[in-house]
Design a protein around this ligand. Sequence first.
Ligand SMILES: [Zn+2]
Ligand SMILES: [Zn+2]
Length: 353
Amino acid sequence: MIQVMSEPKAHMRAMRIHRLGELCPTNPPLQDDRIPVPIPGDSDLLVQVHACGVCHTEIDEIEGRTPPSRLPMTPGHQVVGKVVDQGAACKPGLMNKRVGIAWIHSACGQCRWCLSGRENLCLDFSACGRDAPGGYAEYMTVPESFAHIVPDELGDLEATPLLCAGAVGFRALRLCRLENGQNLGLTGFGASGHLVLQMARHLYPDSRFFVFARSAKERAFAAELGATWTGNTGDRPETGLDAIIDTTPAWLPVLAALEALAPGGRLVINAIRKESGDRDVMSRLSYEEHLWQEKSLSTVANVTRSDVRECLRLATQIPLRPHVTAYPLEKANQALLDLKRGHIRGAKVLQVI
Ligand SMILES: [Zn+2]
Ligand SMILES: [Zn+2]
């Protein structure tokens, strides 16, 4: 039984992926559809979307590197909105609460990964906006236990990048096992890098931070946010780095990062997929230069609920206020093209209401 406390309209706007292909101006990937407002199941919330961040993963979905599990699909996994309806099995008192929804839309809750706090690795992991309809729409549903209360200090728009770039970046930082005073490198300085740098400065005040980015604008932005050193991909700081987070879609930075690690250093790749353009550079991988001396390499996959919640909490403590550029929902194709082409500072966000 659904407990209806406010009446959402019957139909809504949703910007949906209907077919896969390369994202380019002559081939807008999203269609502006009118579809029925979804009905929440017993354990679900119906959320009226206020804002939804635009992420590079949407481009990976559209171009087929991590395709939607069905079409058409509403993308979007950095959603802030208001609870306007809830299923009968949900706990009372959630109506009108402001919640965030991240890439983790659900997991099985019973497997060994779910039971050990690594629900991000669940084989039944369902991704918001890829396996379940996401936030490029006026409404969406989410299992109650996968919605996160957004602290009042954070506005709708500025909270959205924390739900992906921030939370996944936070997870990458965790996997670095950095100790205060150790050197951290970041290769690439996009939506995630600029948040990770601010979180890392707060958590490791005596550490030094090295940012590798191809664009001079990104390097200047990194310096402004407190990077100790900035350089191009392949430039080498004088000191070895204890951990590096790679957020680029390319392979050359992986090789360069392994080379820049100090003995015992950890490289964490934070990218859902790598593009294949420069994959050949990995044939230069040398055991002595890149792996010897107990260097390690891991990836970061998805996020857990605790990553999302801790990132939101940390953001209010620092305080962390992401830079955003807003687009109306119907301009989602433009936002994706702008993201693919490059570099407006900070994160792009669809402002739905
Ligand atoms: Zn994302
Ligand atoms: Zn599971």
